[in-house]
Design a protein around this ligand. Structure first.
Ligand code: FES
Ligand code: FES
Length: 184
């Protein structure tokens, strides 16, 4: 049986160095090779905005941006983010201004309990930046189908996204919509 000092040395040796950019800041972390991004964000970095729902890729509560793409952080090993740009809901506002999606979720009352809201906003903000997704309601609903809202706030969420699109288009023209996220 391993004694305590041997055990802690073994733990240190099994850590892996991760270099990535989080919400615009370069950082280096020691993480377990099997640690998922969601747990690193919440437990190691104490960023509680990204929520854990199903922990199995089925609810979207844990959505973050990786190089500008919306992804379920519960399905991604943290070490896979080496060299990548990760944005959480804490990094969505820019220069003290809410992202258009945050502003419109507020104005359209697009939440009830709020548990799904950060994931909804991360998917919605990625959707607005993705020119491949149609602008009509059906295309938006399809693109948002991975984000479950148990409170059933879908109608207001859709309204908020379409309202945010107007502001997003205007800020995108000025080149100020959201932070730069690498490949997006
Ligand atoms: S917690 Fe990741 S998809 Fe549900
Ligand atoms: S607002 Fe409650 S789960 Fe969506």
């Amino acid at each position: 049986m391993m004694d305590d000092s041997a055990h802690s040395q073994h733990s240190r040796e099994s850590q892996q160095t991760l270099n990535f950019t989080l919400n615009g800041e370069a950082m280096t972390l020691e993480v377990a090779p099997n640690a998922v991004l969601l747990d690193v964000l919440r437990e190691q970095l104490h960023l509680g905005g990204t929520k854990k729902g199903c922990d199995h890729g089925q609810c979207g509560a844990c959505t973050v941006h990786v190089d500008g793409q919306a992804m379920n952080s519960c399905l991604r090993l943290a070490v896979m983010c080496e060299g990548q740009h990760v944005t959480t809901v804490e990094g969505l506002a820019h220069d003290g201004e809410l992202h258009p999606v945050q502003q419109s979720f507020l104005e359209c009352d697009a939440y009830q309990c709020g548990y799904c809201t950060s994931g909804q906003m991360m998917s919605a903000s990625a959707l607005l930046a993705d020119g491949r997704i149609g602008r009509d309601d059906a295309s938006v609903k399809e693109a948002m189908s991975g984000n479950i809202c148990r409170c059933g706030a879908y109608k207001n969420i859709l309204e908020a996204i379409q309202q945010a699109r107007l502001a997003y288009d205007a800020t995108a023209e000025r080149g100020t919509a959201g932070r730069q996220e690498g490949a997006a």
